[in-house]
Design a protein around this ligand. Structure first.
Ligand code: MLT
Length: 410
């Protein structure tokens, strides 16, 4: 008899954004004439920039000629892209990352999830609450957690992020082995200073722990004092892995390309205490389970790491940040507390009149036809909060906020 991986039975029936999509589809079916404005999942709406389109076309042409045709690519990505990333994202900012430490992949979602399998089963993990659900669900699937009780999985250390600590996690009092951090944060939009990150790097050194740092939203940072990379922090290149993505940076949610930085100095340990270079282990994993991102996509991605491409995508980022301002102004006028939106595309608001997050979701879709993401979907501490994404057409964002302003409850 074929049997299920029992760990899957610990999960909620649907992935958070799949659950929202189902509810929206149901609503649309029952209300076919209503115009729904979707500010739930953070999905880009602006088209790929001209430099990327031109490079993609060039990639297509290359594949149509015997002389420039490519079959299977390198598992870790083409050298041309890995060196552009190392130069443009890191060396230019004074961070010493080499092309060999850059691993090209098809999504930060995939990489953050897949990474959990290279560590021992009894790895003690710490995640923030609220949290991007992929980090926790992937560990549940791997069998690293206990059952789900009172909105928390057993055997996981949750780091509460509430208004009391400005949605920034405090150091754990106990020892953990693996820490997931995301800044600018999804879902709260909160940012980390160099001092904040130094505290975590020091903790990782003291405890021989590893930090998985999700920097998928770094391109939205406007404040020049804020670090874009954990590798701006002293000692981080021995205790951290960084995930970056072109999804939100360059509108690649449908095109798919991400990159993970694993410095040579990062090591993990076997039962006898011998150390192993993590990037070699990751390559072993990728070469077994992954055949690389298509050449054409990597060609297109390389345009992002040029001055011309970057100036084009910066305009898009500004467009979304202007949307975030419209949302912020709307909630300010309603006297609703929120964080995020200055250096991130997400606005994290306190639901009015302490209504539960899923009730607020229902209220918004039923009365305003606006879709957002209930904070409770990101964890216990997200209850009473709600996330709106600034990705969208500006006129739709304006209209969404006008509709919300007319809501009686606000
Ligand atoms: C989000 O809205 O949090 C992300 O876009 C969802 C994802 O990357 O899966």
């Amino acid at each position: 008899m074929i049997k299920i991986n029992e760990n899957y039975q610990k999960l909620s029936a649907n992935y958070l954004f799949a659950e929202i999509a189902n509810r929206v589809t149901d609503y649309q079916k029952n209300n076919p004439d209503q115009k729904i404005i979707k500010l739930g999942i953070g999905d880009v709406t602006e088209p790929l920039v001209p430099s990327v389109i031109e490079a993609l076309h060039k990639g297509v042409d290359d594949m149509g000629n015997r002389e420039s045709f490519y079959g299977y690519g390198p598992y870790e990505g083409y050298e041309f892209l890995r060196s552009s990333i190392a130069d443009f994202d890191f060396k230019k900012r004074g961070i010493n990352i080499n092309p060999e430490e850059v691993f090209i992949s098809s999504g930060a979602k995939e990489d953050t999830a897949n990474f959990s399998e290279v560590f021992s089963q009894d790895t003690k993990i710490a995640i923030t609450d609220p949290v991007y659900p992929v980090y926790i669900d992937s560990n549940v699937m791997f069998g690293r957690t206990g059952s789900y009780q009172n909105n928390h999985y057993q055997n996981v250390l949750y780091l509460d992020c509430t208004a009391d600590n400005q949605f920034k996690p405090d150091l754990p009092k106990e020892k953990v082995d693996l820490i997931y951090l995301c800044f600018p944060n999804n879902p709260t939009g909160q940012v980390a200073t160099k001092k904040d990150l130094q505290m975590w790097v020091n903790y990782a050194h003291q405890n021989k722990a590893l930090i998985l740092f999700d920097a998928a939203y770094e391109a939205f940072i406007q404040d020049e004092e804020l670090p874009h990379s954990i590798f701006e922090i002293d000692g981080a290149d021995e205790v951290a892995v960084e995930f970056r993505s072109l999804s939100k940076t360059a509108g690649f949610t449908g095109t798919r390309l991400s990159y993970t930085i694993i410095p040579d100095k990062v090591h993990i340990y076997d039962q006898e205490g011998h150390s192993h270079q993590l990037n070699k282990i990751w390559l072993r994993r990728q070469s077994t389970k992954f055949n690389g991102v298509p050449y054409i996509i990597q060609k297109g991605a390389a345009a992002v790491f040029t001055d011309k491409g970057r100036s084009e995508i910066n305009q898009q980022i500004q467009y979304y940040l202007d949307n975030a301002k419209i949302i912020q102004e709307g909630f300010r006028s309603l006297d609703i507390e929120f964080t995020g939106g200055d250096n991130s595309p997400y606005i994290w608001l306190k639901t009015p009149n302490s209504i539960s997050s899923w009730d607020f979701f229902d209220l918004l879709i039923n009365q305003c036809q606006v879709v957002g993401t209930p904070g409770a979907g990101f964890g216990r501490c997200g209850e009473g909060y709600f996330r709106l994404s600034a990705f969208g057409n500006k006129n739709n964002i304006r209209e969404a906020m006008e509709r919300i302003k007319k809501l009686k409850i606000c």
